[in-house]
Design a protein around this ligand. Structure first.
Ligand SMILES: [Zn+2]
Ligand SMILES: [Zn+2]
Length: 275
């Protein structure tokens, strides 16, 4: 089947796996066909954390990123994530996106989309599909330590192991900042806002839209609201989501990390909640 390439004006072939039309050049550029050279690789999910991590590393640390790798591990929301990856690429032509079909991990996917050790698989995938890798960046933020493969311990220990075996360091540039800090930094430094909206952050997308009824939508919306950005178009109004009560309880019972608590409180008050 032929159609207009998703990323340029050329006519391209429909890709059964990606579910998009791509021209020959873009297929060759994006879908990692054989091992290519890349010294630094960022694990890219199509979400805003890894997008901001890209700018954080390249602008703040002034270090190059040779490839932003998205891996399809059969996750439930892969279609929406691939769509987000292509949207980012279409808005920022020099974004070094690479897409690869990895092992199918869907059999261990929990209802909240959590896949045990997913980041470990993704890191191994990056070492496998690129040669000469010295650094692998992953984007997990402060306040996520409770998720095993998003914790500081995970990054540090994996880095020690891989450095010893393969000479590869695993770096998490965002570990000391909250999601709100990240978005604030991005906005203050005038990075393109349309790229933020091209990313996805939702556990139950409905008709290609954010659902407005999940914790991913909540955390993303809190960050946008705090930074004065309009919320994403959503199927339901996140400000009225019943799940917000859980966060209020966490705040009341002092279970939320302090910095995140202060920032979340500011937004909840703005939305009319009393704590
Ligand atoms: Zn093209
Ligand atoms: Zn959602």
């Amino acid at each position: 089947m032929l159609g207009r390439c998703r990323l340029c004006d050329n006519i391209g072939e429909y890709d059964e796996w990606l579910k998009h039309f791509l021209c020959v050049q873009h297929r060759e550029e994006l879908i990692v066909p054989e091992r290519e050279e890349a010294r630094s690789v960022l694990l890219f999910s199509g979400g805003m954390d890894s997008l901001i991590a890209y700018f954080y590393v390249t602008s703040y640390y002034e270090e190059p990123i040779d490839a932003c790798l998205f891996v399809d591990v059969g996750q439930r929301y892969r279609d929406m994530e691939i769509e987000a990856c292509l949207k980012v690429k279409s808005l920022k032509e020099d974004f070094p996106l690479r897409i690869r079909k990895g092992p199918d991990l869907s059999i261990s996917e929990a209802p909240d989309a959590y896949i045990p050790l997913r980041n470990l698989y993704l890191i191994c995938e990056a070492v496998t599909c690129f040669s000469g890798v010295k650094k692998i960046y992953i984007a997990c933020q402060r306040g996520e330590n409770y998720v095993s493969d998003r914790s500081l311990t995970f990054t540090e220990l994996t880095s020690v192991l891989l450095e010893k075996l393969e000479g590869v360091r695993v770096v998490n540039p965002l570990i000391y900042v909250t999601k709100i800090d990240m978005v604030e930094w991005y906005v203050e430094n005038s990075f393109p806002i349309d790229l933020l909206y091209a990313t996805v952050g939702c556990y139950n997308p409905i008709n290609g839209k954010h659902c407005g009824q999940c914790s991913a939508c909540f955390r993303r919306s809190v960050a946008f609201e705090y930074c004065g950005l309009p919320l994403d178009p959503m199927e339901h109004d996140i400000r009225k989501w019943e799940g917000i009560q859980k966060y209020i309880n966490d705040i009341r019972e002092k279970r939320m990390e302090k910095r995140r608590e202060t920032q979340t409180l500011t937004v909840l008050k703005k939305w009319g909640y009393t704590i």
